[in-house]
Write a protein that binds this ligand. Structure first.
Ligand SMILES: C=CC1=C(C)c2cc3[nH]c(cc4nc(cc5[nH]c(cc1n2)c(C)c5CCC(=O)O)C(CCC(=O)O)=C4C)c(C)c3C=C
Ligand SMILES: [Fe+2]
Ligand SMILES: [Fe+2]
Length: 336
């Protein structure tokens, strides 16, 4: 058995702190072939789909990887930019700004690398890049404010898989959640207030979070509780009541029940009940991506307007805004 180490290591080199900023991942291109590779890796993760392996292997390879890649590629095509996938392009800006903000804090040498749980740039490459910069202290910050085993837990698996091969395991902090961090809540509230100032305030505000299967929650995943706490804190920060601000879960996949209420059903119900205007924000997404730009800003707009609604506004993710970078800086500094 041999373990890996930094190339040309020098025992006298200055030590540094490394931050591994991670997100879910994204295909390399909006094409069927790229989607097939990306979905094969993503959907084979047992943290994401907990079905018995043999059964899921058959369903995934016989059905899903033959049908879904072309459909997903067409959706990605709608949100693709000159810089590539929005999730990755924004991630690169978040990395750069977070590194600058942390370096300003005078906490010694600090480097930030961006990595994706699935696809590129990989978690292995990110950790190795930090090791090359002499980081013997590392903080992993998955860009998921609310903990879920499907996302945060899976990121931990990927980090552990790499580090167990290293000769020098760094001092490690793994940030599990920041769903109630005050600057994160304040950044969300400020972004909503700014949106209201420019566009007027809708009758209702919907906070839409990515869903998970209900059985995962019943088996102990705290994700829906974290989402509810974020929603309550944002509601209190804005001084709204429980009819004015509500929470729902989007992006369900497969046939089993996911945590409820569902975003599309909620918007359809509101449209039919005569609610004329809604604002929608997705606090669980640190960066705009397919699930916000296509599913929420396009598909669900049609659902609401088709059910009788008159005005539908999507409030962007916090992305690389100064308020978001400050919130992430605070999350990291708390652990330094
Ligand atoms: C199969 C089950 C899935 C679970 C469970 C799941 C949980 C989950 N996902 C996110 C964040 C994102 N998901 C994104 C895309 C995406 N998610 C699934 C499936 C599950 N997600 C699929 C199949 C896809 C790919 C797109 C598609 O084919 O529909 C993304 C967007 C990535 C991008 O490139 O833009 C994000 C982000 C969270 C937060 C979460 C659980 C809490
Ligand atoms: Fe997802
Ligand atoms: Fe989706």
């Amino acid at each position: 058995m041999s373990f890996s180490a930094k190339e040309n290591f020098d025992h006298e080199q200055e030590r540094a702190t490394g931050i591994l900023l991670t997100n879910l991942g994204t295909p390399d291109a909006p094409t069927r072939a790229a989607l097939q590779d990306y979905l094969a890796e993503f959907l084979w993760d047992p943290r994401v789909v907990e079905q018995p392996r043999w059964l899921w292997w058959l369903i995934l390879n016989a059905i899903i990887l033959n049908t879904r890649p072309a459909k997903s590629a067409a959706l990605y095509e709608k949100v693709w930019t000159d810089e590539g996938s929005p999730l990755l392009a924004t991630g690169k800006r978040q990395r750069e700004k977070l590194e600058a903000a942390l370096q300003e804090r005078g906490i010694g040498a600090v480097h930030v690398e961006l990595a994706m749980r699935y696809g590129n740039p990989s978690i292995r490459k990110g950790l190795e890049a930090l090791r090359e910069k002499n980081c013997d202290r590392m903080i992993v910050l998955p860009l998921y404010p609310q903990y879920s085993a499907t996302t945060t837990g899976s990121t931990f698996d990927a980090v552990a898989k790499v580090l167990k091969e290293w000769r020098r395991v760094p001092r490690l902090t793994f940030i599990d959640a920041y769903h109630d961090q005050p600057l994160y809540i304040e950044a969300l509230a400020a972004s909503i207030r700014d949106h209201w100032k420019e566009n007027g305030k809708a009758e209702r505000l919907l906070l839409s979070f990515h869903g998970i299967p209900e059985s995962y929650f019943e088996n102990g995943d705290p994700y829906p509780c974290h989402c509810r706490k974020t929603a309550r804190l944002v509601r209190e920060a804005l001084g709204l009541d429980e009819t004015q601000l509500q929470l729902a879960f989007q992006s369900r996949f497969g046939k089993e029940p996911w945590v409820q209420p569902y975003t599309d059903e909620t918007l359809e119900k509101w449209g039919k009940e005569g609610v004329e205007s809604v604002d929608v924000i997705c606090p669980g997404f640190a960066a705009d991506c397919l699930e916000t730009l296509e599913e929420i800003a396009m598909e669900n707009r049609e659902v609401f307007l088709g059910a009788g609604g008159k005005r539908y506004s999507y409030i962007p993710a916090l992305n690389d805004s100064d308020a978001h970078v400050q919130a992430l800086t605070q999350v990291v500094l708390k652990e330094s």
